[in-house]
Design a protein around this ligand. Structure first.
Ligand SMILES: NC(=O)c1ccc[n+]([C@@H]2O[C@H](COP(=O)([O-])OP(=O)(O)OC[C@H]3O[C@@H](n4cnc5c(N)ncnc54)[C@H](OP(=O)(O)O)[C@@H]3O)[C@@H](O)[C@H]2O)c1
Length: 317
């Protein structure tokens, strides 16, 4: 349980990836500034977290079951915490979805919103009244650069992150009055199980309802390009977790933090031309017209961004 000097941090989606690394880093903080409630929807997956937590387990880190899609599960988890106190909420739980939209059922698309958007909103609703009463708190949400810039064949996932961006941006204004801060972490590609889970789903699909040409573009153009983006630009979950920990430790945190300086120019295209044409045409040309040059572009991005765009991104110290 959190001592009076420690901040009580609740992190969702700690069975793997960024959530697991973040929970462990916070719990192993040398100054013992945090007590972490690391949550996951299926406690049968807790071994990896327990192992990574080491000595911090049951001292500065406790594990609770929490499914962000269930009111009962959220209430049960909060009721198990000392005074139901959450000083920092990290909305990390998320699911991905890729593919031609014609082949995705409405139900599957709604599931993405249920987790990525309504799951995070449910968590915020649950902790907000106490944060407002105490006039302190920090709500940190794992968004994505896809919450700023839509990416082909990620239509619904990007929309769920855009929705979260709009929600948090709106809420941040009201909450300043109550000294509650809102931050969005916007990673580019991160090498976690996230991509693997998507590839498994795609491997099983016959893409019902999608035309042959779209399926061919998806399989032969998008999937290899996406794989290359992950191998060229991908960050480790540890890097993103360290950047997030840095934001949690700030006295006056900002609303937005991109974690990947290599990805910043792609997002900047959008702000360079408010009509949207520049970003749409650049992504179109990169993907469909300059296939052989795509690989070169990836390396070029690496070169031109080594110094120029670093100021916009938060990086672990
Ligand atoms: N990987 C990337 O390229 C990338 C890039 C930008 C942003 N992000 C965001 O970063 C966050 C973490 O993703 P990751 O890359 O670390 O992937 P990950 O390893 O797949 O982690 C996702 C976590 O969310 C959990 N989760 C899913 N549905 C849940 C629910 N209903 N209730 C509670 N937990 C649930 C998963 O639990 P289960 O094990 O039970 O499924 C898992 O622990 C996500 O919000 C994702 O959108 C990822």
């Amino acid at each position: 349980m959190a001592s009076d000097e420690q901040k009580a941090v609740l992190v969702t989606g700690c069975s793997s990836g960024i959530g697991l690394r973040l929970a462990v880093l916070l719990a192993q903080d040398a100054k013992k500034r945090y007590h972490v409630t690391a949550t996951m929807r299926d406690l049968r997956k807790k071994d990896k977290l327990e192992q990574a937590a080491g000595d911090a387990l049951n001292k500065t880190l406790s594990i609770q079951r929490l499914d962000v899609c269930s009111d009962e599960s959220v209430a049960e988890c909060l009721n198990n915490m000392k005074d139901r106190r959450v000083d920092v909420l990290v909305n990390n739980a998320g699911v991905g979805q890729i593919g031609p939209i014609e082949s995705l059922s409405m139900q599957d698309m709604q599931k993405v919103f249920e987790t990525n958007f309504f799951g995070a909103v449910r968590m915020i609703k649950a902790v907000l009244p106490d944060m407002k009463k105490r006039k302190s708190g920090h709500i940190v949400t794992m968004s994505s650069v896809m919450g700023l810039q839509g990416i082909v064949f990620n239509d619904v996932y990007a929309a769920s992150k855009f929705a979260m961006e709009g929600f948090c941006e709106s809420l941040a204004v009201q909450l300043l009055k109550f000294n509650v801060n809102v931050s969005l972490i916007e990673p580019g590609p991160v090498n976690t199980e996230f991509e693997m889970k998507l590839m498994e789903e795609v491997g099983k699909s016959q893409f019902p309802g999608a035309d042959a040409e779209t399926v061919r573009y998806f399989k032969e153009v998008y999937l290899p390009a996406s794989h290359e983006i992950f191998t060229t630009l991908g960050q480790s979950p540890d890097t993103v977790a360290k950047a997030t920990m840095q934001v949690i430790g700030m006295r006056l945190p900002r609303l937005r933090y991109q974690t990947n300086a290599l990805y910043t120019p792609l997002v900047a295209l959008k702000y360079a031309d408010e009509s949207g044409s520049l970003s749409v045409r650049t992504f179109y040309n990169l993907l469909f017209n300059f296939g052989p040059l795509f690989h070169l572009s990836m390396n070029l991005i690496k070169c031109i961004t080594c110094n120029c765009f670093r100021r916009g991104a938060v990086s672990p110290s």
